[in-house]
Design a protein around this ligand. Structure first.
Ligand SMILES: Cc1cc2nc3c(=O)[nH]c(=O)nc-3n(C[C@H](O)[C@H](O)[C@H](O)COP(=O)(O)O)c2cc1C
Length: 390
C-alpha cells in the first residue's frame, strides 16, 4: 500500500490525477484559452532566487501573522474555490484541516457546502461573493454569512466569462448521475455557452449552491446560479464601496492586478486586497500575480493588507511573496490536490508542506521571523516585474 503521506504538492497532484476521473481532474487543472496565465503564475516564481546566509542562523523562527483580524499560525490561507467535486466532504474537510493547522478558510459562494457547516468546522471563515443578483439579494446573502459566523467578506471581481481552452474540455457524460453532476459543475462555469445550451435542454442537473439560496426557495443549481451571474449588470467602483459599507470591517477585494485599481480599492475602503488573476482562469495573457505584487505593495501596502494568490505550490513561494511585500498568500489548487489525494488529511499534509518550506526558507535566509523578509533576500531577474496601471 502506498504511504498516504506525500512530500510535495507535485506528488499530491500526481496522485490526484491518478485518483480522479479525468473530467474532474481537468476541471481542477482549469485555466483558460492558451494557458499563458496559468503557466506564468507558477513559472514566474522560478525567476526569483534566494540569497542565503550560512552561519548565525536562528534556532527558532516565528511564522505567525494576522490578516483581516484573524491570527494565522503561518502566512497562508485557503483561497475560495467554487467546486470541490473531488471529495464527498468537500469544503467541510478543507475547513477542518485549515482549523487544525491554524489557517483561515475562504468559502466560495458557489461552494457545495453551506456557510453554516463550514463556519462551524472553522470559525476563521471568510465568505466569498461575486456580484450576482440585485442589491437586496447581495445583502441577504451577506447577512446570512455574518449570522453563520463569517469573520470577513471576500469580493471577487476578476471574471470575464471567457471560454474554451486549447487542451480541451472534459467530456460531458450521457448519464447525469451524482458523480457526473458534480464533475461537470466547473465545466458549466468555464463554458457558459455549453451551460446555456444545457439549461435550455431542460435537463439541468441537481447540483445546488446552498449559499445562493433565496429565503423560501430551494437552493439554485450551480448552472442556475451561473445564469443569474451572467444576467447581473457589472459592478462599478461605487458598488464596491457600497458592498464594503454594508459589510463593515474585514473586507477583501480579490483579483486586483494593477496599481491604479489597488488605489481605487483603498478609496473604496477595503481592508485587504488579493493580487490575483483567479488562478489563470480569467483573462489569458494576464501576468503572474507575483510579478505585479511588488509595485502594488509599494503603492498601497501601508494603507491596506496586501495578500497574493496564484501559482503557490511550496513554502519557498510563500516566502518570495512575503519578501516582495505580501502579508500572506492564499492557495487554491495546492489544497485541492491534497483533498483529492487524501481528503482532510491530504489538505493538512499540504499545509504542513507549506509550513516546513516557509520555515526552511526563513532559516536559510537567516531571519527569526517572517516579518523580517525583504527584497534583500531575493535575486530578482531583470525584467521580472510587471508594473501595471502606473
Ligand atoms: C477549480 C477552481 C475554482 C475556483 N473557484 C473560485 C471561486 O469560486 N471564487 C473565487 O474567488 N476564486 C475561485 N478560484 C480562484 C482561487 O480562489 C485562486 O485565486 C486560485 O486558485 C489561485 O491560484 P492557484 O490555484 O495556482 O493557487 C478557483 C480556482 C480553481 C482552480
Amino acid at each position: 500500500m502506498v504511504n498516504p503521506w506525500f512530500e510535495t504538492v507535485a506528488e499530491a497532484q500526481r496522485r490526484a490525477k491518478k485518483h480522479l476521473p479525468r473530467p474532474v481532474y481537468m476541471a481542477l487543472v482549469a485555466g483558460s484559452e492558451k494557458g499563458l496565465t496559468t503557466s506564468d503564475n507558477m513559472n514566474a516564481f522560478s525567476e526569483l532566487g534566494f540569497a542565503p546566509h550560512v552561519a548565525g542562523l536562528k534556532d527558532e523562527r516565528e511564522l505567525a501573522t494576522e490578516v483581516m483580524g484573524q491570527p494565522l499560525s503561518m502566512p497562508v490561507m485557503i483561497s475560495p474555490t467554487g467546486v470541490q467535486a473531488v471529495h464527498p466532504d468537500g469544503e467541510v474537510a478543507v475547513a477542518r484541516a485549515a482549523a487544525n493547522r491554524g489557517v483561515a478558510m475562504g468559502l466560495s459562494s458557489f461552494a457545495s457546502k453551506s456557510i453554516e457547516e463550514v463556519a462551524d468546522a472553522n470559525p476563521q471563515t471568510f465568505f466569498q461573493m461575486y456580484w450576482v443578483g440585485d442589491r437586496d439579494t447581495l445583502v441577504e446573502r451577506m447577512e446570512r454569512a455574518r449570522a453563520a459566523g463569517a469573520k470577513g467578506l471576500i469580493m471577487t471581481l476578476d471574471w470575464s466569462f471567457s471560454m474554451g481552452r486549447d487542451w480541451g474540455s472534459p467530456e460531458i457524460p450521457e448519464k447525469m448521475d451524482f458523480t457526473a453532476m458534480r464533475k461537470n459543475a466547473l465545466q458549466g462555469a468555464l463554458h457558459p455557452k455549453w451551460l446555456l445550451q444545457y439549461a435550455k435542454s431542460g435537463s439541468i442537473p441537481d447540483l445546488t449552491t446552498p449559499n445562493l439560496k433565496k429565503p423560501g426557495q430551494p437552493a439554485p443549481t450551480f448552472f442556475g446560479a451561473y445564469g443569474e451571474w451572467m444576467g447581473t449588470p457589472l459592478p462599478t467602483w461605487e458598488d464596491v464601496a457600497w458592498l464594503r459599507e454594508q459589510w463593515g470591517e474585514n473586507f477583501m477585494l480579490k483579483g486586483v492586478m494593477r496599481v491604479d485599481d489597488a488605489k481605487r480599492a483603498v478609496d473604496a475602503g477595503v481592508t485587504a486586497i488579493s493580487v490575483s488573476n483567479h488562478g489563470g482562469n480569467n483573462l489569458d495573457g494576464t501576468p503572474g500575480p507575483i510579478r505585479a505584487l511588488g509595485p502594488i505593495a509599494d503603492a498601497v501596502g501601508d494603507q491596506v493588507e496586501v495578500v497574493m494568490d496564484g501559482g503557490v505550490r511550496r513554502g519557498g513561494d510563500v516566502v518570495k511573496a512575503l519578501a516582495l511585500g505580501a502579508k500572506a498568500v492564499m492557495i487554491g489548487r495546492a489544497y485541492l490536490w491534497g483533498l483529492a489525494a487524501n481528503g482532510q488529511a491530504g489538505v493538512e499534509n499540504v499545509l504542513d508542506i507549506m509550513r516546513s518550506g516557509i520555515d526552511s526558507a526563513v532559516l536559510g535566509l537567516g531571519h527569526k521571523s517572517v516579518h523580517d523578509l525583504s527584497r534583500e533576500d531575493l535575486i530578482i531577474a531583470e525584467d521580472f516585474v510587471r508594473k501595471l496601471g502606473v
